[in-house]
Ligand binder design. Structure first.
Ligand code: BEZ
Ligand code: FE
Length: 299
């Protein structure tokens, strides 16, 4: 063809091989990789192509539909930047992030399950006094949290680091609205006391919706799926000789408890944020919880 560069030596006949002579099938890509030192990358791509091949065949995807898929993925890419990770949000809402968590951190029964940390975690949260407040603006329904960090055998873990972060009563994290909330509002790091106990004063977190203004939100809305996350508090606990725990504790009474947009709710993570008289004569809420860590395992 004119203008097209030939890759064949002059006079050479094209060499047919198994991936060029017959209709494309799912194994053709794997066949090309056979014998190449592609390692886990090649293994992953072969499985992915095989699954996509099945999808195209099962749905008998038309070229127009295929183009729509590619356009959608392009949109997701354009919506992702350093402040907003639309790809992570897509993986979260498809249930893939929790699947990766579940597969990679199976814990023995009795340990608190691991979940994703989510986009609002900050590694630089300030150390707070055990028993002190993490609410810097005092806005919201007062909440008293008391917890224990335990090992699987029930032993208390003194000196454990407990990082906590949560949304305010309107369902917003401080790093989502830096002009409206004080820096590091509703987050902090505590150390457990000699009996493995920690406590802090806070406010009731509100449930919230994942952003609906990007391609992921639009997709979920178009499908009629819910973007809601039930009210929760995030914890990340580190203690010597134990696997780090990253989890959420959810308000059992939240109306969205059965339809978390990212599939993070597990029965062990439900808790009662019960009405209670608090110090100073105010009525607020109280939450008591145990966070149970898994001892480090070999391998
Ligand atoms: C969160 O709980 O903060 C969260 C987790 C995953 C996606 C969006 C938010
Ligand atoms: Fe959250």
């Amino acid at each position: 063809m004119q203008g097209e560069r030939s890759v064949l030596p002059v006079g050479a006949a094209p060499q047919a091989d198994s991936s060029t002579v017959k209709d494309h099938d799912g194994a053709a890509f794997s066949a090309r990789l056979a014998g190449l030192p592609t390692g886990r990358l090649g293994q992953g791509l072969a499985v992915l192509v095989d699954a996509l091949d099945g999808l195209v065949r099962e749905l008998q995807l038309t070229p127009a539909e295929f183009r729509q898929v590619l356009d959608y993925l392009t949109e997701v890419g354009h919506a992702a930047d350093a402040r907003r990770q639309e790809w992570v949000l897509l993986a979260d809402t498809l249930g893939l992030s929790m699947l990766v968590e579940d597969l990679n951190s199976p814990r023995p029964a009795g340990c608190t399950p691991n979940t994703v940390a989510g986009p609002f975690y900050r590694a630089d949260a300030p150390l707070r006094d055990n028993g002190g407040s993490i609410s810097l603006d005092g806005k919201g329904v007062p909440l008293q949290v008391r917890g224990r960090v335990l090992s699987l055998d029930g032993m208390a873990l003194p000196g454990a680091s407990v990082e906590v972060w949560q949304a305010d009563g309107q369902g917003k994290y401080e790093n989502q609205e830096p002009d409206l909330q004080p820096e590091n509002n509703l987050r902090g790091r505590l150390r457990t006391d000699g009996q493995g106990r920690f406590a802090f004063r806070s406010v009731m977190p509100g449930g919230y919706d994942l952003p609906s203004d990007g391609p992921v939100g639009r997709l979920m809305t178009r499908l009629g799926l819910c973007l809601a996350r039930p009210a929760h508090i995030h914890f990340r606990v580190s203690a010597e000789g134990h696997e780090r725990l990253t989890t959420h504790i959810f308000d059992r009474a939240d109306p969205a408890i059965g339809r978390d947009a990212i599939f993070g709710v597990k029965p062990e993570l439900l808790a009662d944020f019960r009405a209670a008289p608090l110090d100073g004569g105010v009525t607020g809420r109280a939450l008591d919880l145990d966070l149970v860590l898994c001892p480090l395992r070999q391998g």
